[in-house]
Design a protein around this ligand. Structure first.
Ligand SMILES: Cc1cc2nc3c(=O)[nH]c(=O)nc-3n(C[C@H](O)[C@H](O)[C@H](O)COP(=O)(O)OP(=O)(O)OC[C@H]3O[C@@H](n4cnc5c(N)ncnc54)[C@H](O)[C@@H]3O)c2cc1C
Length: 338
């Protein structure tokens, strides 16, 4: 139950929304609300003033502009997952959008909200009553991360499905701010939007909004995303893998591999990328890359499954994706736990 009074502001243009963000840096942008409203109910956000982004003209378009696509932050995941050109050029994004939650949540949830999703933890995403039994963790104002008491920072897990897929597609985000009486934009690579720290995982400055996603079109680029979760629908990923590559004359190139739900940010699997890059495909090279795919990640016990099982599933999903991409060039289907 939401007990406190919430102010909801409804700007009619992007400029007005950004001006409100500049005037009230403590205000939270509200997109589809599928996560934000749950956070409010759980008392994870208090003293809220919300700036409703729904209905801002031009915020929900999918347009091709020369050699890239521009996807508005307000595009609903259902619209994104059904878009024929997105499916043709960016299959990993279609996979990821389709794997989020359930159709009704995808009808409300936006790509901007997915990119900016708050990280999750077994000790955090609970009712206020449940949490009151053990006091505040680092992320809610306490001094200890309950998942890793000696860790020194918050290990909440970034569990959004679309960002790893967008990373392998070489996506950038357009970030806008009200500055000097006008809209000022900066463009950053999506991977650079994140930090592996559950308390400040999103590198946005006060007053900034993600307004669009920019994805280049690369001829012949193959990509896919798969996630491991308990149920086939309405479940956040316990592990997620996205792979993108070119496959020409039996040789793999332009490999990008991103891993989700293993840290407070989506991560590159750099060692596995190096092993595969420029190689002729074989079972041995794939197994070698799989062995190294979680190097540098440090999943902790803050999800509904053990870190070792989640790492194992990353290796399994990765091998299935690459086999499907190079041998079948089919869009794979995500498995569920038995
Ligand atoms: C039962 C359930 C299951 C779910 N399962 C999944 C799942 O499997 N995979 C998954 O990825 N997600 C899942 N979600 C979470 C959520 O539905 C999606 O991530 C959705 O895409 C969030 O988008 P939204 O528009 O609703 O965001 P909101 O809830 O409106 O916002 C989310 C966060 O992003 C911020 N924000 C929103 N837009 C912007 C912007 N343009 N610029 C800056 N900040 C912004 C908000 O302030 C807020 O902090 C689930 C949610 C529920 C309730």
């Amino acid at each position: 139950m939401i007990r406190e009074k919430i102010t909801v502001l409804r700007p009619e243009s992007l400029g007005e929304a950004l001006k409100m963000m500049a005037d009230m840096p403590q205000a939270k942008p509200l997109a589809g609300g599928t996560d934000l409203l749950v956070q409010l109910k759980q008392g994870l956000i208090t003293g809220a003033c919300l700036i409703d982004l729904d209905g801002i003209p031009g915020f929900a378009g999918i347009d091709r502009e020369g050699d890239h696509f521009l996807i508005g932050a307000g595009v609903r995941l259902e619209q994104l997952s059904r878009h024929s050109l997105v499916k043709r050029y960016f299959p990993a994004l279609t996979d990821a959008a389709l794997s989020v939650a359930s159709p009704n949540l995808r009808n409300m949830g936006t790509i901007g909200g997915n990119i900016c999703l708050e990280p999750r933890c077994l000790y955090l995403n609970k009712s206020q009553f449940w949490r009151s039994s053990q006091g505040n963790c680092l992320k809610t104002g306490g001094s200890v991360c309950f998942a890793v008491p000696k860790g020194g920072h918050c290990y909440a897990c970034f569990s959004a499905d679309c960002p790893p897929a967008l990373m392998v597609l070489d996506a950038s985000v357009v970030i806008s701010q009200w500055h000097g009486g006008q809209i000022k934009e900066r463009i950053v690579s999506l991977a650079d939007l994140y930090a592996d720290d559950g308390q400040r995982h999103l590198l946005l400055n006060p007053g900034e909004l993600v307004t669009a996603i920019r994805i280049p079109v690369t001829a012949g680029y193959r990509s896919a995303y798969r996630k491991y979760r308990h149920r086939k629908s309405i479940d956040f990923p316990l592990a997620g893998v996205a792979v993108g590559l070119l496959w020409e004359g039996g040789v793999i190139s332009n490999v990008r591999i991103a891993i989700g739900a293993m840290a407070s940010a989506p991560l590159w699997a750099r060692e596995a990328m190096t092993i595969l890059e420029g190689k002729t495909y074989s079972g041995d090279i794939l197994r070698e890359a799989a062995e190294r795919i979680t190097s540098g990640t440090r999943a902790v016990r803050n999800q509904d499954d053990s870190p070792s099982q989640r790492r194992h599933m990353i290796r399994v999903l990765f091998q299935r994706i690459v086999r499907d991409l190079v041998i079948e060039n089919v869009t794979p289907v995500s498995p569920t736990r038995k």
